[in-house]
Design a protein around this ligand. Structure first.
Ligand code: ADP
Length: 509
């Protein structure tokens, strides 16, 4: 039996899955690493620690490929990471992740003077410090000595593939997320490169997501337990792959992923620009542009409420041998739709789409003396869903109404939360059975690269059976009354968000 590997280098951990050639999952491994946050707004990782995590994850799963050989390893990874390498490809920086906000001042300046929108119109990268375009501007300005020493600029996926093979390539979807790629030409944009002070020769060779090659170094082949003729398949960003991986292939089919963070995405067939720059647009493959909004405050907010407000229930759940998240959704299900008029804004960690405001903060609005913690937990779940919907509203302005909605991620393990999504969106919400959408799509891209599949739409064969949640009329009638209040509040809080965030920074004791 031949095997394929889909490996996803995420922000908190690397997940590797071993599939047989028919697409069945045979083994999984997950290895975590440290996020360095020594100074405010920093969020870095050690590229070699991540490389070692990929080695252990691969070792663990290849041990299960006993009766055959691994034909290909196909890669998914976090977007927007940036590493500076010297001329011998040795890192001069850690990997600066999407969560690093130190380029905030530059991004704010570019928003103000219009250069940010100009760049967005060419590249599809929203005006935000997450983007390597802004990180490069920041490093060039604040750390010129380091900037001048860097011979090559790469992301974590390019670095890891280079370590294994000595080949430095970058596929289109990851290149697009740097904000250096012209989305019309699907090539590095010369005016953007000039703006950041980087030459083409300092960037990897640009290739398709199905690009494949051999040449793993023999010592690594031995360590991870594969043959030296194993193919490396470039794969794509986690955003692109998890959209393919829920089966949202056609234009107008919306993919909503709610894990720790969240995202609302869809494919369109040409580059589209949002006049308010709330939505990114990245070329992925021939005739497919990924358009969507990245959301900081997904399941992490449910986890916050779980830890901060429901300690006693966690203990009780332990005693009853019950999942404590299920216990909380059970409590929330006893509260009427709309949480008795309590509205929650989930912006605890600032927000990217739809507000693009790092100062945004959370709030409960409408509290009265009858409200209990049960109302609060339901309001938290509803607030997460309202936020997803508000991003979808922005997306709809650019793409039109969605034809259908597919959802995945830890949050949709809850029937209550998924039903809320159907009710708030007033649309069917479809959940595919297979939930490792990123790795599954990486595996499928490997099949395409090897000539075993030819049409990305055929990924649907591997998604298992679907569960459909239908909107409930009584519920959406209530949400229609609350949603406008939610939106008006979040839109009018801008100045106060800044004031309270400034206070929190000043009195951080
Ligand atoms: P990641 O994006 O890190 O891969 P997951 O897709 O596993 O994360 O989702 C993690 C999130 O799922 C958690 O933050 C939590 O809020 C949420 N979650 C976990 N269990 C449940 C559950 N039983 N019901 C609803 N949400 C859940």
């Amino acid at each position: 039996m031949d095997y394929l590997i889909g490996i996803d280098v995420g922000t908190t951990s690397t997940k590797a899955l071993l599939y047989d050639i028919d697409g069945n999952v045979i083994a999984k491994a997950n290895k975590g690493y440290t996020l360095y946050q020594n100074v405010p707004d920093m969020a870095e990782e050690d590229p070699d620690e991540i490389f070692n995590a990929t080695i252990s994850a691969l070792q663990e799963i290849t041990a299960k490929a006993v009766d055959g050989k691994v034909k290909a390893i196909s890669w998914s990874a976090q977007q927007h990471s940036l590493i500076g390498l010297d001329k011998n490809f040795k890192p001069l920086t850690r990997t600066i992740t999407w969560a690093d906000n130190r380029a905030e001042r530059v991004a704010a300046e570019y928003k103000e003077n219009g250069k940010g929108f100009e760049a967005y119109s060419k590249t599809g990268l929203p005006i935000h410090p997450m983007g390597p375009f802004y990180k490069l501007l920041w490093l060039r300005r604040d750390k010129p000595e380091l900037f001048d020493k860097v011979a090559y600029w790469v992301g974590i996926k390019e670095y890891i593939i280079w370590k294994y093979t000595g080949v430095l390539k970058e596929e289109v979807s990851m290149a697009a997320a740097t904000g250096l790629l012209n989305m019309e030409k699907v090539d590095w944009d010369d005016s953007i490169l000039e703006e950041v002070g980087v030459k083409r020769s300092q960037l990897p060779e640009l290739v398709e997501i199905t690009d494949k090659f051999q040449g793993i170094k023999s010592e690594y082949a031995k360590v991870i337990g594969v043959d030296e003729d194993v193919y490396f398949v470039m794969g794509a960003t986690d955003g692109a792959l998890s959209t393919f991986g829920v089966g949202a292939i056609e234009t107008g089919v919306l993919a909503i992923n709610v894990g720790t963070s969240a995202a609302v995405r869809t494919f369109v067939d040409k580059p589209l620009v949002d006049p308010k720059a709330r939505i990114y647009c990245y070329p992925i493959m021939n005739g497919k542009y990924l358009i969507g909004g990245p959301i900081n405050n997904g399941g992490i907010i449910f986890s916050w409420a779980h830890d901060a407000l429901f300690g006693a229930e966690q203990e009780a759940a332990k005693m009853l041998k019950m999942d404590s998240f299920d216990m909380l959704t059970e409590i929330a299900s006893k509260v009427p739709v709309g949480s008795n008029g309590l509205i929650f804004h989930p912006y605890l960690g600032g927000e990217r789409a739809p507000l693009w405001d790092a100062n945004a903060r959370g709030s409960f609005f409408g509290l009265n003396r009858n409200h209990t913690r049960a109302d609060m937990i339901r309001a938290v779940l509803e607030g997460i869903v309202y936020n997803l919907y508000s991003v979808t509203l922005a997306l709809k302005e650019v793409t039109g109404d969605p034809k259908s909605i597919l959802a995945a991620g830890g949050f949709v393990r809850s029937k209550l939360a998924t039903q809320m999504m159907a009710d708030v969106f007033e649309n069917d919400v479809i959940i595919p059975e297979s939930y490792e959408s990123g790795s599954l799509a990486a595996m499928f891209i490997a099949k395409m690269a090897l000539g075993l599949e030819s049409d990305i739409a055929d990924i649907k064969k591997y998604l298992g059976k679907e569960t459909v949640y239908k909107p409930n009329e009584e519920a959406f009638a209530r949400y229609r009354k609350l949603m406008p209040i939610y939106l008006r509040l979040s839109r009018s809080f801008g100045e106060e968000y800044k004031a309270i965030a400034d206070y929190q920074r000043e009195f951080n004791d």
